[in-house]
Design a protein around this ligand. Structure first.
Ligand SMILES: NC(=O)c1ccc[n+]([C@@H]2O[C@H](COP(=O)([O-])OP(=O)(O)OC[C@H]3O[C@@H](n4cnc5c(N)ncnc54)[C@H](O)[C@@H]3O)[C@@H](O)[C@H]2O)c1
Length: 262
């Protein structure tokens, strides 16, 4: 069987951990050149090295997705290493729960900046690079069930992920004539370092009492009967990165075990 991403170059933000790291490994196994982009340079370098050690092709760049110059420079790392980019994943994310009445301007801005502004900047800068190349360009955004339903303790995150869904639609309309597709996927509860921190933070604000309780409560309605591992999301990300999704744009795939039915 031929590799599904042979020769494609794929940049992934937030790829030093969690889902992004799982995507990066699988994409490299499928023949892609992978650019690991992350705020944490040590973790980004370690991620790229682990892919290379496994026989894949990878490079890394430190970038804060809210800083346009850094995102632009990261894209140029992929261009100088691999000649072009074909797919750009806006995957970096951040959540800091607070009760609805306690949400501060600082909390709002930090969460909206990384999740929503980061997605806008990443899409714009990737699109500028795609325009200089031939062929189809793909943008894939990490949304969330939180973009589909509100939540009392993560209002800013829910608003930010709604913005990601909205940017997916606007980007698809704006960039269609450039042969650029923009799609998203929306995970539910995924056992990554993000959720470990969320579990601690929800305890700290009194929304749960013991470790693991918040995750358990949050996951009670998952039709598939368990939380996801990052590996459960990889197939959907691979589909969106591959030519199998070429005819799709402006769409959001729910990959949440049947947690939120919309
Ligand atoms: N874990 C879940 O249950 C879940 C569910 C739905 C959606 N998501 C979304 O999935 C994405 C990946 O999350 P994860 O669970 O793998 O989290 P994670 O915490 O394991 O990984 C997130 C990565 O993003 C990086 N990052 C954070 N802020 C950044 C910034 N400003 N610039 C560049 N990199 C930055 C971190 O350093 C980290 O490596 C996020 O967008 C998150 O909101 C997660």
């Amino acid at each position: 069987m031929t590799a599904r991403l042979e020769g494609k170059t794929i940049g992934i933000t937030g790829a030093a951990s969690g889902m992004g790291l799982a995507f990066a490994h699988r994409f490299a196994e499928e023949g892609a050149n992978v650019l690991i982009v992350d705020l944490d340079p040590q973790a980004a370098e370690a991620a790229a090295k682990s892919i290379i050690a496994a026989g894949g092709r990878a490079a890394w760049a430190q970038a804060n997705v809210t800083e346009r110059d850094q995102v632009r420079a990261a894209i140029q790392v992929a261009v100088s290493e691999f000649g072009r980019i074909d797919v750009w994943f806006n995957n970096a994310g951040l959540n800091r729960p607070l009760g609805f009445l306690d949400v501060t301007e600082e909390n709002w801005s930090a969460i909206l900046d990384v999740n929503a502004l980061g997605t806008l900047i990443g899409t714009q800068e990737a699109a500028k690079q795609f325009r200089q190349q031939d062929g189809l360009g793909k943008v894939v955004n990490t949304a969330s069930i939180s973009g589909r339903v509100g939540d009392a303790n993560t209002a800013a995150y829910c608003a930010a992920k709604s913005a990601v869904i909205s940017l997916t639609q606007s980007g698809a309309k704006a960039l269609a004539e450039d042969d650029i597709t923009v799609n998203a996927f929306a995970p539910g509860v995924v056992a990554t370092p993000l959720w470990e921190k969320l579990d601690e933070d929800l305890m700290a604000i009194g929304a749960s009492r013991v470790p693991g309780e918040a995750m358990k409560n949050f996951s009670a309605g998952i039709l598939r009967g368990r939380v996801a591992e990052a590996e459960d999301i990889v197939g959907t990300a691979l589909f969106l990165a591959s030519q199998d999704s070429d005819y799709m744009t402006g769409q959001v795939i729910m990959i949440d075990g049947g947690m939120v039915l919309v």
